[in-house]
Structures are given as structure tokens and as C-alpha cells.
Design a protein around this ligand. Structure first.
Ligand code: ATR
Length: 311
């Protein structure tokens, strides 16, 4: 890895960063710095512990210092909607900002990412907010499970913050059926009616598929069950048998093999964990800042070594 960092930091080095609280667990610097080196960019990606009441100041500081861009993680993604100067359609559609791109006007007067301008900007800089989390869900399902989502029947477990965006994104991609299961049934009902209102072509219903023999194309866990070793399965196997699903995705990536994924592997399902979501949200952010395709293989292997070590 050392050879990737042979270029020392200089007065010309540009910066991007992730803000969060807590931040020390973040895999983003480990994933982005080798990617920046691979692209031959004299940039560095940093991580800062930023409290919600200091988020505005921290964004202003990055703007003043001509940072290329920022990623935002918990608890900043909603707050940032009010703090940026412009919102990309992705941020308005999904109601959250996880990526900020700083932009200035180029010689033709068009707003251009700072990372794609060679000279320091002469005029004002604006902060534009994007959401790359939602696209990352689709990309992870496509790349890691080989799924194309239109027309699929999905058993969807969870209706919390992450689950809501994932379920809405699946509906936006045209899945045919979403069977929503959640401990708090009222939250699943609310999500089902939001899906029906926004994406009426998707049949959203609450509970397991009525006939347990009904085939499902994908089981997706968006609950936090599986993070801790003592957690129960997020799926009630008396209501649905994994043998009726060819593919199972768990948004949890630590541990790599959750109890649900272990059961699914035993049932001969194709499986993937949520590492791909982390990878693709970062890759899409990098592409927004640089205007170049992200080096996915470098990012994936850096992320895997950071999270799983050499096991
Ligand atoms: P996140 O932002 O990660 O989605 P969240 O909004 O707190 O976090 O959502 C957590 C999800 O895991 C919810 O679907 C939650 O179910 P409830 O809506 O009933 O709270 C689910 N979850 C968490 N702990 C659970 C448990 N012990 N049993 C069943 N579901 C659980």
C-alpha cells in the first residue's frame, strides 16, 4: 500500500473529507485514499468528528479552504438539506444529503466541481448536495447478486430510516411486489402507503406473502438484527422458508456473515452483505467530484481489508 502514498502532501494538495459523529469507525478514508492515488490525483481524503450543532461551521470551513467535497454520515444527512446552497435531484428525491460537491463557475460561467477546475476559483463557491446512498442500493443488488430489479417480488424486512429509503428506491426501480415486514407494524403500514402514493406501479403490502409456498425473488434485510451475535433472525421461518427465495441481501456488512446470510447459504440462496452499498455510495461521490470513473476494484479491496482484515 505504501507505494500508493509516495507523493507527499504539498501546498498544491487538495482535500475532501467525511463528517460524522461518531466517525472513528469510518471505512471511507481507507477506501478513498487508494482510489485517489490510483487516479493519479494529488488529493487526500480525511475524516472529522463533527457534532450536529457545528455542521454548518464545518461545511463553511471546507468551503473557505477550497475542499473538493464532503461526505456526510450519521447524524448529518437530514440536517445538511438546509445547509447547502443547491440540491441535486437525488437529494430532493430521497430527502437526505450524503455528498457535498463544492463548485465554482468556469470560464464559460457554468457551475463546475472544484476538483475539475485547474486554477483556484476567482468567484464564489457553492455547496451542492447529492444523495448517492439510494443508487448504491440498486448498484449493490445488481453487481453483487446479478439482479435487475424491474418486476421482482421482494420480501422486505424492516421499516426504519435505512429501510424506508431502500424500499422506496426498489419501488422507484419498478419492483412488482414489496411485502413489508417490521416489528412495529404501524411503521410498515406507513411505508406501504408512502410507496403506494409515490410509486403506484409497485404493489406494497404489509406482512409475509400470504401463501408460504409463494415464490419470492429477493429477501432483503434492512433491520439492525444481525449486528449482535445474540440477535434473533429478522425473518420468521415459520412464515417464510428461505428455500423459496433465490437471493438474499443483508444491509449489515459487519459481521460479514450474519445469521440470516448463514441460513440463506444453507438454503442454497445467492447471498450478499451490505458492503457493496458502502462501496457504491463512495464510488458515486468520487465520480461527482472528479468527473472520472471510480476505480471500483481498488476501492472494494481496500474496504474489505479495512473492515475484515486479512481473514
Ligand atoms: P436505521 O437508521 O439503521 O434504519 P432504525 O431507523 O432505528 O435504524 O431502524 C432499525 C430497524 O431495525 C427497524 O426496522 C426496527 O424495527 P422497529 O421499527 O420495530 O423498531 C428494526 N429492529 C431493531 N431492533 C429490532 C428487534 N430487536 N427486533 C425486531 N426488529 C428490530
Amino acid at each position: 500500500m505504501d507505494d500508493l502514498f509516495q507523493n507527499p502532501i504539498s501546498a498544491a494538495t487538495r482535500f475532501c473529507a467525511v463528517y460524522g459523529q461518531p466517525i472513528r469507525h469510518s471505512g471511507s478514508p481507507a477506501m478513498h485514499n487508494p482510489a485517489l492515488a490510483k487516479l493519479g490525483l494529488d488529493w487526500r481524503y480525511l475524516a472529522f468528528e463533527v457534532s450536529p450543532d457545528a455542521l454548518g461551521q464545518a461545511i463553511e470551513g471546507a468551503r473557505a479552504m477550497h475542499f473538493v467535497g464532503l461526505n456526510l454520515t450519521v447524524p448529518h444527512k437530514l440536517l445538511a438539506l438546509e445547509l447547502v446552497d443547491a440540491l441535486d435531484e437525488s437529494a430532493t428525491t430521497w430527502g437526505a444529503v450524503n455528498t457535498i460537491c463544492f463548485e465554482a463557475k468556469n470560464d464559460s460561467g457554468d457551475w463546475t466541481p472544484l476538483g475539475q477546475l485547474t486554477d483556484p476559483p476567482a468567484g464564489g463557491i457553492r455547496a451542492k448536495g447529492y444523495n448517492t446512498d439510494a443508487d448504491a442500493i440498486t448498484l449493490a443488488l445488481q453487481q453483487d447478486l446479478g439482479l435487475s430489479l424491474a418486476g421482482l417480488r421482494v420480501l422486505f424486512l424492516g421499516a426504519g430510516g435505512a429501510g424506508r429509503v431502500a424500499a422506496l428506491k426498489l419501488a422507484a426501480e419498478g419492483v412488482a411486489e414489496l411485502h413489508l415486514v417490521n416489528r412495529t407494524v404501524a411503521k410498515a403500514e406507513k411505508l406501504a402507503s408512502e410507496i403506494t402514493g409515490r410509486f403506484p406501479q409497485t404493489k406494497a403490502s404489509v406482512g409475509y406473502p400470504e401463501n408460504a409456498a409463494n415464490k419470492i425473488d429477493l429477501v432483503l434485510n434492512a433491520t439492525s438484527l444481525g449486528l449482535k451475535p445474540a440477535d434473533a433472525l429478522p425473518l420468521d421461518e415459520s412464515q417464510f422458508t428461505l428455500a423459496n427465495a433465490p437471493a438474499v441481501f443483508d444491509i449489515i456488512y459487519q459481521p460479514a456473515l450474519t445469521p440470516l446470510l448463514a441460513r440463506a447459504t444453507n438454503a442454497s440462496c445467492r447471498t450478499a452483505n451490505g458492503l457493496g452499498m458502502l462501496l457504491w455510495q463512495g464510488a458515486k461521490a468520487l465520480e461527482i467530484w472528479t468527473g472520472q470513473p471510480a476505480p471500483i476494484d481498488v476501492m472494494r479491496s481496500a474496504l474489505e481489508s479495512h473492515i475484515y482484515g486479512d481473514e
